[in-house]
Design a protein around this ligand. Structure first.
Ligand SMILES: C[C@](O)(CO)[C@H](O)COP(=O)(O)OP(=O)(O)OC[C@H]1O[C@@H](n2ccc(N)nc2=O)[C@H](O)[C@@H]1O
Ligand SMILES: Nc1ncnc2c1ncn2[C@@H]1O[C@H](COP(=O)(O)OP(=O)(O)OP(=O)(O)O)[C@@H](O)[C@H]1O
Length: 309
């Protein structure tokens, strides 16, 4: 195959994520909350192929339910491609083919992974050669989770979650993901948290001005110690997601009773992430939860960020 032919179509894979720790601070004037996130990129992933075109078009398929994904300019991958073209003065377009493996509107950053993949794929396809700091800045404009989908691995995110510093992690962590048929809207979950905090202001600890990742979480990640991580995992959005989907509480309890070290709502939910002691116990848990009628998936992390294949 000639050099030109190989650059007619670019394939990029980008990971979904789990927030193994997520502290939410106050609502800021820009409509975003200050957060502190410990992200882990996991093996549930999105594949995106970019092909030269005069227009901007997208097609979507996948191993997960994809009917909620927009096929027009609202698609985050198309917005990413258009933004890169506008930024670099690239005159043409692109056809993006997305194969989704991350549950839609599940709190695992699937749309963000598509956007990160589209940025990397179009940059390679068009030969725009944007420095990674510029790609990161575009990613942050597209959404709070998009920069992490570019970076991958394990990282701490502050600000909106987009100011990243890589974190050390040893070994691999095995997770069982339980998905729900219908997704939750991220802004709705943040709003529910604000409402809950207002209602219960007298009974709950005041929100910290500067959310910070618990050092115990970083130590557990560095040590590759799932038991220590399980003891320190936390997600401030969980209370809101559970108020919106009370049935998730029973599944969390069930997973923990059936062998998970701990279970947590992933990001804004409704996907649940159960941390297992090792690969074998993750497979056992996945089998048990599947037999009980849950949509359960075994994934592991950390894995790399958006990369050309
Ligand atoms: C829940 C998480 O997935 C955890 O990583 C993220 O915080 C959400 O990231 P995302 O989906 O990329 O979010 P964006 O698309 O940037 O924002 C969607 C909406 O979520 C709310 N939002 C998001 C991030 C943040 N730090 N504070 C917020 O309040 C805002 O209402 C915002 O309008
Ligand atoms: N490429 C895309 N893939 C999935 N959803 C998309 C995409 N582009 C736009 N959307 C819209 O974004 C909404 C959220 O999708 P996504 O799957 O990224 O949610 P999420 O995983 O909960 O996100 P996050 O964890 O970043 O909050 C969907 O309901 C859909 O309408």
């Amino acid at each position: 195959m000639s050099e030109a032919a190989t650059t007619d179509r670019v394939h990029v894979r980008a990971p979904g994520k789990i927030n193994v720790f997520f502290e939410v601070g106050d609502l800021e004037e820009d409509g975003y909350h200050d957060v502190a996130s410990a992200y882990q990129a996991v093996s549930a992933h999105e594949d995106v192929w970019a092909e030269a075109s005069d227009r901007f078009t997208v097609s979507v398929s996948g191993t997960v339910e994809v009917s909620g994904v927009p096929l027009d300019d609202r698609n985050l991958a198309v917005r990413a491609a258009r933004m890169l073209a506008a930024e670099t003065g690239y005159p043409g377009g692109v056809h993006l083919e997305i194969r989704k493996g991350v549950p839609v509107a599940g709190g695992m950053g699937g749309g963000s992974a598509d956007a990160a993949a589209a940025l990397v794929a179009c940059d390679a396809l068009w030969g725009t050669g944007l420095p990674s700091a510029d790609l990161h800045a575009l990613a942050a404009r597209l959404g709070a989770d998009v920069p992490f989908a570019l970076l991958g691995g394990t990282a701490v995110g502050t600000g909106r979650g987009d100011e990243l510093s890589p974190a050390l992690a040893r070994g691999r962590f095995d997770w069982v993901i339980v998905t729900s048929g219908e997704g939750l809207s991220t802004p709705d979950v943040y709003r529910e948290l604000d409402r809950h905090r207002q209602l219960h202001a007298a009974d709950i600890a005041p929100v910290r001005r500067r959310p910070t990742v618990d050092p115990g979480v970083l130590q557990a990640l560095r040590a590759g110690d799932p038991t220590a991580l399980a003891a320190t995992m936390r997600n401030d959005l969980q209370v809101a997601a559970l108020r919106m989907r009370p049935a998730l509480g029973a599944i969390l309890e069930r997973g923990e009773r059936m062998g998970a070290l701990a279970g947590i709502v992933s990001g804004s939910g409704p996907t649940l992430a159960f941390l297992a002691e090792n690969e074998e116990s993750a497979i056992d848990l996945q089998v048990v939860l599947s037999a009980e009628g849950h949509e359960a998936l075994h994934v592991h992390g950390p894995v790399p960020g958006a990369r050309v294949r």
